[in-house]
Design a protein around this ligand. Structure first.
Ligand code: CTP
Ligand code: ZN
Length: 160
């Protein structure tokens, strides 16, 4: 620490408070925090403690979004889908105010769960559902069960 954004932040005041325990999803491209919130199932009905920064100045990205969630760690499945909407994101795990783990997201070859298949006849949407699995394409994802491709607005297809 001490370089880039941290020095920029410490020279002025923090835009969003530090958290004590939980997860900070940092370096989300500007404007994509709502996509990350959708993937995590956080909407206006949430009772989780969540801070969101949008279009915060960043040395690396120009402008970035940041999402901080108190008292929660993300599942691998959630992190993989986040990588599709925020490929430059870093996931910081916070314990007692310290960053104890920092990982850049990686683009997976497949994602499981989280997204739902829009094909009403797909086996994954049947009464006793099979967990969804999608192959990651350059410009979308393809259901491994029925071949349906989702190209746009991935976050319209969140399985909550
Ligand atoms: N953070 C937080 N609460 C803490 C500790 C850190 O909200 N108790 C946030 C920081 O504000 C920052 C992110 O978690 O957005 C990562 O923290 P840190 O590694 O200290 O910052 P940088 O060195 O700027 O991270 P990077 O090198 O990834 O840009
Ligand atoms: Zn399908």
């Amino acid at each position: 620490t001490g370089d880039g954004e941290s020095s920029e932040e410490s020279a002025h005041e923090l835009r969003i408070s530090k958290i004590r325990n939980g997860t900070v999803i940092d370096h989300i491209a500007g404007g994509h925090a709502p996509d990350v919130l959708a993937i995590l199932g956080i909407d206006s009905a949430t009772d989780e403690v969540v801070s969101v920064g949008m279009n915060v100045p960043s040395d690396r990205l120009g402008y970035k979004d940041v999402v901080k969630i108190e008292g929660r760690e993300l599942s691998q499945d959630e992190v993989e889908v986040i990588s599709l909407v925020a490929p430059a994101a870093s996931i910081n795990i916070i314990r007692e105010y310290d960053v104890i783990e920092k990982n850049r997201v990686e683009r997976p070859s497949t994602v499981e769960g989280v997204l739902s298949c829009p094909n009403r006849n797909c086996i994954t949407t049947a009464d006793e559902p099979v967990a969804t699995r999608f192959e990651v394409l350059d410009d979308g994802v393809r259901c491994l069960y029925c071949g349906t491709i989702i190209r746009r607005r991935l976050t319209d297809h969140i399985d909550v």
